[in-house]
Design a protein around this ligand. Structure first.
Ligand code: UDP
Length: 261
């Protein structure tokens, strides 16, 4: 049996060489980290749920013409994606104040922002992913001005589309993080949406109760983390083929059978 080559292991995912040149296998782990790695833990079943949720969202975005790295899901925890050169900038899109913007600017969490705000953070763990401006992004050559324009336009489209998609299932899209990469198609260089879109990378609040359905439950030790991620999958119609008992849902999420759980 040949072992596949691991390219990279991150906090929540492992990347393996894909079956064809230019492809990568993205493996979703149950591991979770927060506060720049200070807090570590596992969320049982998270990898399976994020793999499915991200597949669905990337598929929907492909459907409206947003180019993404996603090719197809391979199994419960893995998906095949296009290999890209990651642009070292996290794009944060915010609709409602929460998390770091609330702290930084003293805006109460839950305050709707006057308009959607896009922020950039330089991807660098040692520096704690510092907030940077568009000027930094282009001056240091992390992205060229036309690439940055493309990234901004795509981010706005993604926000409009996903805000509607989540509102349709009773969830407010508070904020989220996007990553983009460069991909060569013959001689043409394209910007693709990469990484994942899941409750790990979005703040999702129940529209009625305000309950948090995202990684803040882990960051803030609120409990019910797997259940919250399951709820998101369920509302998006991704658990509908599964008999709706808590046991079954957990079994599907963890990938274990009943004897093992
Ligand atoms: N986010 C992320 N990865 C990061 C930083 C942020 O996925 O490394 C997401 C986070 O889940 C939230 C949004 O980006 O949905 C905004 O995060 P914020 O800047 O408020 O930082 P945090 O409060 O997570 O430290």
């Amino acid at each position: 049996m040949t072992r596949r080559r691991q390219i990279y292991e991150g906090k929540a995912k492992i990347l393996y060489e894909g079956p064809e040149p230019g492809t990568i296998i993205q493996h979703f782990k149950d591991d979770a980290t927060a506060f720049n790695n200070e807090k570590k833990g596992t969320i049982e079943g998270k990898g399976v749920l994020n793999n499915r949720i991200s597949e669905y969202i990337m598929g929907q975005l492909n459907g409206i013409g947003v180019p993404t790295h996603f090719i197809r899901r391979l199994n419960m925890r893995e998906q095949l994606v296009r290999q890209v050169e990651i642009i070292p900038v996290e794009v944060i899109v915010r609709n409602i104040a929460a998390g770091s913007i609330s702290k930084r600017l003293g805006i109460e969490e839950g305050t709707p922002l006057p308009r959607s705000i896009i922020e950039f953070c330089y991807k660098n763990d040692e520096l704690g992913d510092p907030l940077v401006s568009e000027e930094h992004v282009t001056a240091f050559g992390w992205a060229s001005p036309p690439e940055l324009d493309e990234i901004l336009q795509l981010s706005i489209r993604i926000n409009d589309f996903l805000s509607g998609l989540f509102m349709g299932v009773g969830i407010k899209l508070v904020d989220f993080k996007l990553e983009f990469g460069r991909h060569w198609e013959n001689d043409l260089l394209r910007i693709l949406l990469a990484d994942e879109i899941s409750p790990d990378s979005c703040r999702l609040w129940d529209a009625k109760s305000g309950d948090k359905l995202d990684k803040d439950r882990f960051r803030r030790d609120m409990g019910g983390v797997t259940e919250a991620y399951q709820e998101v999958a369920k509302r998006l119609g991704l658990l509908k083929d599964i008999q709706d008992t808590p046991d079954n849902v957990v079994n599907i999420a963890t990938g274990k059978n009943k004897d093992e759980t």
